[in-house]
Design a protein around this ligand. Structure first.
Ligand code: NAI
Length: 468
């Protein structure tokens, strides 16, 4: 069977690339090792975790602070099985949606393990060991990433007591105590889910801050907010061992700066110390595809590997491991393969942490600007001074706008607050168009909205906010 494009992997990178390529008139096949499409994101990542984040937030809301709004409800009762069924139904409708889109766009699919045999050749081995050889002008590696584990520490992830994000979205009861190794995105999102449902949550993080790499103002205030919600933090602590003991597990750790080792017991331990590119069994070495020093497939700016006709996108190549980054690369690559000009602006890739409040950012952090020696202005506006936030009791957080001191061009926007993940996109659009903080501050924003805080933070960079 011969195609214009064969894509290995149907996550957000692969499936979006397939649909776009088909829309541009190419004959496309997708190879997927899971029985359903959508990759980590739709099956065991972004989508199921958001279903649980929403449901657990509703549970928490019902039991906390409704009285203050004049809504008197009895103590809510948790039906975890039903909550998990909501999660499973959400996943099913999303993965079925991808299957529908493949059909609609006449994309062939092969369920099995894909292996690159060299230029233009892919072998698919299905669950029964049957091999099918496919040919194509272009082969796209979109195989994503896998759990990295703790660097230098041997940990047996059983997905019951010692879990990765995969087990953390499928626990059959609320643990009394969950220890989260890694204060990054997965740790804080999943820690929030189980904390809201009643677990004691302890986060052990190597760095001195949570969400390393985020703007320091944001991570500091975010940590305070999470601590207020009951999360316990052990920062500057290096986990050196995780072992099952009795019904639970014991986590050993020591201060990074030196000092006595300690240990802590938990019913469940979540390993959330990052992900690594997934290239196992793909035959890349035999096909001569070069990886970089971190095991990522090396590509040029057109996603072309060193082997002609073999491309790669998404988590398996360099850049942030984000579904939307992979999607945009999928679109750009489809355009390139169809002879058009595909492009991704890596300066404007938003990132969102779906906790409550949410954390969202686009562009540079203040620390990055300082380090690069850029002269900048910063404007900040807290949600405590926003009318809509008061009405919704959502005053936690702020908006920070960073703009070039000379040109006023917006270089970064950082938000902690209810709905931050939606608000960040006005900043992304502005930055795509090279807009200034004055453009943002003079754009009429509907009242009363949380987004007015974005406008006020922009005003704070070149003039003065009105409501502060
Ligand atoms: P991460 O890279 O965000 O965080 C891992 C944390 O573990 C780091 O802060 C690191 O310092 C810490 N760590 C490493 N070794 C340690 C040790 N021995 N002891 C204590 N702490 C240690 O990785 P995470 O949270 O696992 O997420 C993986 C990927 O998935 C990320 O690239 C993330 O962007 C992506 N993701 C994105 C989401 C979103 O956009 N909302 C949601 C979930 C995942």
């Amino acid at each position: 069977m011969s195609y214009d494009v064969i894509i290995i992997g149907s996550g957000p990178g692969g499936y979006v690339c397939a649909i776009k390529a088909a829309q541009l008139g190419l004959k496309v096949a997708v190879v997927e090792k899971r029985p359903t499409f959508g990759g980590t994101c739709l099956n065991i990542g972004c989508i199921p975790s958001k279903a649980l984040l929403h449901a657990s937030e509703m549970f928490h809301h019902a039991g906390h602070g409704m009285d203050a709004l004049g809504v008197e409800v009895d103590k809510p009762k948790l039906n975890l099985e039903k909550m998990m069924a909501h999660k499973d139904a959400t996943v099913k409708s999303n993965v079925d949606g991808v299957a529908f889109l493949f059909k609609k766009n006449k994309i062939d699919s092969f369920i099995g393990h894909g292996k690159v045999l060299g230029e233009g050749k892919v072998c698919v081995t299905d669950a029964d060991g049957k091999e099918t050889e496919l040919e194509a002008k272009n082969v796209v590696i979109a195989t994503g990433s896998d759990v990295a584990g703790i660097p230098g520490v041997k940990v047996e992830i059983d997905e019951k007591v010692i879990v990765s994000s995969t087990g953390a979205i499928a626990l059959d009861k609320v643990p009394e105590h969950i220890v989260v190794v890694g204060g990054g995105v997965i740790g804080l999102e999943m820690g929030s889910v189980w904390g809201r449902l009643g677990a004691k949550v302890t986060v052990i993080e190597y760095l001195d801050t949570i969400l390393g790499g985020m703007d320091a103002d944001v991570s500091k205030q975010f940590q305070r907010i999470l601590a207020k919600q009951g999360m316990d933090f052990k920062l500057g602590a290096k986990v050196t061992g995780v072992k099952t003991s009795g019904k639970g597990a014991t986590v050993s750790f020591e201060p990074v700066k030196g000092g006595d080792a300690q240990s802590i017991d938990a019913d469940v331990v979540l390993i959330a110390t990052g992900r690594k590119p997934f290239t196992e069994g793909l035959g890349l070495e035999d096909a001569g595809v070069v990886l970089d020093e971190r095991g990522r497939v090396r590509t040029d700016t057109h996603y072309q590997t060193n082997v002609p006709g073999v491309y790669a996108i998404g988590d398996v190549i360099a850049g942030p491991m984000l579904a939307h980054k992979a999607e945009d690369e999928g679109v750009a690559l489809a355009e390139i393969m169809a002879g058009q000009a595909g492009h991704v602006n890596y300066e404007v890739i938003p990132s969102v942490v779906y906790t409550q409040p949410e954390v969202a950012a686009v562009g540079k952090t203040e620390e990055e600007l300082k380090q690069a020696g850029v002269k900048y202005k910063a404007g900040k506006f807290p949600f405590t001074a926003n009318g809509r936030a008061r009405a919704m009791q959502a005053q936690d957080g702020f908006v920070k706008v960073l703009a070039d001191a000379e040109t006023d061009r917006v270089l970064g926007v950082h938000i902690i607050g209810f709905g931050a993940g939606e608000m960040i996109h006005e900043a992304a659009v502005l930055m795509e168009f090279g807009g200034s903080s004055e453009d943002l501050g003079r754009t009429c924003h509907a009242h009363p909205t949380m987004s007015e805080a974005v406008k006020e933070a922009a005003l704070a960079t070149f003039a003065k906010p009105i409501h502060l």
